[in-house]
Design a protein around this ligand. Structure first.
Ligand SMILES: [Mn+2]
Length: 286
């Protein structure tokens, strides 16, 4: 195998968002569905934005101080490691970790580099759960504007279109698209695509009761809060608005899997790691 998980044997290691660190092979079945975090530390296919290689280790390191909070509020959340290696191998590895997390009753949550990390996790979830809705908070639609002029297949600007082709999902729902390009006709999807432009639970009632994969591209937040992201767009959401939406999804839908991505590992903006992890922690409350 060309991909590998990092060594979790250090006794001092604190996991993503303060979660406990557990080796994947030591993962035991859980009765209540908790988050099973894992990292992907290489860009899988980044066409847009600066490199975010190393983002998973950055997010883990700078969200470790959430441990006292996590111990009280998310006691069952675990971190099974960070994948690195060749992108094709890492994509396979991410699918395998997601499958194993599902098999043990966990909710797999990938912490990625580029947004393409969502692709293997959501596709694995769609194979396991019929009638799954793909919900992504993102300033961009990633819906195939660039499918035709690219020879390298799926990347972080078109993967949503690639996922929606073939009927794997009941519906694709974007929350928070605001980039100027999201006003072009760019849809390449074969299933219904809905755009909810306001980052507000008021626009989400149609999702009540659904099974959902939730993907958080950190650029849905305003660059004031997260300047270290590859494709910054003005007029974005606040952390509180994003958290409110994720809380609503957790309370009104069945969140089966999730991911967060597009944080650039910049030591000048360490608090963005806590913003990212506090937001995704909201999706799985065990
Ligand atoms: Mn984006």
């Amino acid at each position: 195998m060309g991909e590998e998980l990092d060594d979790l044997r250090g006794t001092e290691l604190v996991g993503f968002g303060g979660a406990s660190v557990v080796a994947l092979d030591a993962l035991v079945p859980t009765v209540s569905p908790a988050a099973c975090f894992f990292g992907v530390d290489v860009d899988l296919s980044k066409r847009f934005g600066d490199s975010s290689d190393g983002a998973a280790a950055f997010v883990r390191q700078w969200s470790a101080r959430m441990h006292p909070w996590a111990r009280v509020h998310r006691p069952s959340a675990v971190d099974v490691g960070i994948l690195s290696g060749e992108p094709a191998d890492v994509i396979r590895g991410a699918s395998e970790i997601a499958s194993r997390a599902f098999a043990s009753g966990y909710v797999p949550v990938a912490v990625g580099c580029d947004h393409t990390v969502s692709y293997p996790v959501a596709m694995t979830a769609a194979r396991r759960h019929e009638d799954l809705t793909y919900v992504y908070l993102d300033a961009h639609l990633d819906l195939g504007l660039h499918l035709d002029d690219s020879s390298d297949g799926v990347h972080n600007g078109n993967f949503v279109a690639a996922m929606a082709v073939g009927g794997a999902f009941r519906e694709v729902v974007n929350i928070g698209a605001r980039a100027w390009t999201t006003y072009d006709d760019v849809y390449g999807a074969d299933c219904p695509v809905t755009v909810v432009r306001e980052v507000d639970p008021a626009g989400l009632s149609a999702l009540r009761g659904r099974k959902v994969h939730v993907s958080l591209d950190i650029d849905v937040l305003d660059p004031v809060y997260v300047p270290n992201t590859g494709s910054r767009e003005p007029f974005g959401a606040s952390p509180q608005q994003v958290r409110n939406v994720l809380t609503w999804l957790a309370d009104n839908c069945a969140v089966v899997s999730a991911d967060v991505s597009e944080v650039l590992p910049d030591p000048a903006h360490r608090t963005t790691a806590e913003i990212a992890m506090r937001c995704v922690h909201e999706l799985v409350k065990e």
